[in-house]
Design a protein around this ligand. Structure first.
Ligand code: UD1
Length: 420
């Protein structure tokens, strides 16, 4: 078993380059199944969710050439299987995008139940509602989701809940459907726009991604033969911004999109720290004094992202005064607070809310990542805590952050990965 040993406290200083977005990459890879040809994807993050996505695509008949650590060329001319087994799909949430893609391309998909972070109930009723509206039959039994259709016919679909996954999945299923599909009450996250941009680059006809109405005019095929670069990861960028504030550091965050970071920038400024948007793609963050308390409510984009809630929780655990976080997306996203309390934080989590009574400092302890973003939060906690923190369950962190300890080490953090 591997663990991270972090010796703190260290104010983070220097420059960090942001990788491609995990949540975009894990949707774009299954989306390649819609292409009757070849495409190249650049700026792919080198993370385990991407590796497993590539393994699944290969098992379905795709041919993948690895150009370098962050670029692959995929030939999806021949798809020989529409079955993705549970041992692969259960490793991550985004495996459910195989359903929309395979259904659209092959009119059939059999996919093991998706896994992913344990954040509470993660229903997929809105995905199914969308597939059925397009004319598919969906069956869930024996740990598998089976979807099939004679024909997929475009229609109007109103999402009962703003869901990132359902919006992307229904968009994928509609790309090769007959006629026009309209998704109303769609999610607006940057990676939804990125998946639509990728598909349009490959030959799809999708309008309105990034607004709450997306219109997909079905096309006969996607010829591909193009190169696409994955959007920068706003959650990774936000993680470094919050790590900077938590550690009272000074960072230049390079190759991100400042517009995507407005909800976190606004809160950092409200806490009394500084954010300078240099040119829309590089952000300077610095913090000279103890941040003041703020209240946070997580919301779909452009609200404060739930995927930055645990990292913000670390900042608030040592802020001046008491802060409240209201988590409105996931019911079990405060598991990290028990770990932070082992480090001297004073957090009371009750249902959807957590109360952070700011303490002067955290102190080292052995802690366990309960999910991906909780893992990132514990690394930040280790960097600001006094003493030697050990972080366990690194497999969660490796799913979504490329070279995380190397990136933090370059910023001055004393962090080592060791085998127990
Ligand atoms: C995606 C992200 C995840 C992020 C989340 C919210 C990926 C791979 N994962 O997850 O990192 O935390 O968005 O920004 O991109 N819901 C339903 N029925 C459905 C679908 C969702 O009730 O059919 C509910 C969920 O329980 C949750 C809310 O809608 O409360 C949002 O979920 P959703 O946006 O679908 O999250 P994911 O796409 O799974």
């Amino acid at each position: 078993m591997e663990k991270l040993i972090i010796t703190g406290p260290t104010p983070l200083k220097g420059e960090v380059k942001i990788s491609g977005a995990k949540n975009a990459a894990v949707a774009i890879l299954p989306a390649t199944l819609l292409i009757d040809g070849i495409c190249t994807i650049d700026n792919l993050p080198n993370i385990s969710d991407v590796k497993i996505s590539c393994n699944i695509l290969e098992s379905l008949g795709a041919k993948i050439t690895r150009n370098n650590e962050n670029s692959i060329t995929i030939d999806t001319t021949n798809i020989s299987s529409t079955f993705a087994p549970l041992d692969m799909t259960s490793k991550f949430r985004a495996s459910y995008y195989l359903i929309g893609s395979l259904l659209s391309r092959c009119k059939h998909a059999q996919v093991g139940m998706p896994g992913g972070c344990k954040l509470g109930a993660r229903p997929i009723d809105q995905h199914i509602k969308g597939f059925e509206a397009l004319g598919a039959t969906v069956d869930i039994s024996s740990g598998k989701i089976t979807a099939s259709a004679d024909d997929l016919i475009g229609t109007s679909i109103y999402m009962d809940i703003v869901s990132v996954g359902a919006t992307i999945n229904v968009m994928l299923a509609s790309v090769l459907a007959k006629g026009t599909t309209i998704i109303e009450n769609a999610a607006k996250e940057p990676h939804i726009v990125d998946v639509a941009n990728f598909l349009n680059t490959m030959g799809a006809d999708i309008r309105g991604a990034g607004t709450d109405v997306i219109k997909i005019n079905g096309v006969e095929k996607l010829p591909g033969n193009s190169t696409y670069s994955v959007v920068p990861d706003q959650i990774e960028a936000g993680t470094f911004m919050l790590a900077c504030v938590a550690s009272r550091g000074d960072l230049l965050i390079k190759k991100c999109i400042s517009k995507h970071l407005e909800p976190v920038t606004a809160k950092i400024v409200e806490m009394g720290a500084n954010v300078e948007d240099i040119d829309g793609e590089n952000i300077h963050v610095w913090c000279d004094a103890r941040p003041t308390n703020v209240n946070i409510k997580t919301l779909p984009y452009p609200g404060f992202p739930t995927d930055l809630q645990p990292q913000m929780g670390v900042v608030l655990s040592t802020a001046n005064g008491t802060s409240i976080i209201n988590e409105s997306i996931w019911e079990s996203r405060f598991q990290y607070t028990a770990e932070l309390n082992k480090m001297g934080a004073k957090i009371t989590a009750q249902g959807k809310s957590a109360f952070f009574e700011g303490v002067e400092k955290l102190s080292a302890a052995p802690v366990y990542a309960t999910d991906l973003r909780a893992g990132a939060a514990l690394i930040i906690a280790g960097i600001i805590a006094e003493g030697q923190t050990e972080v366990y369950n690194l497999e969660h962190i490796d799913r979504g952050y490329e070279n995380i300890e190397e990136k933090f080490r370059k910023l001055g953090a004393k962090i080592e990965r060791v085998e127990e």
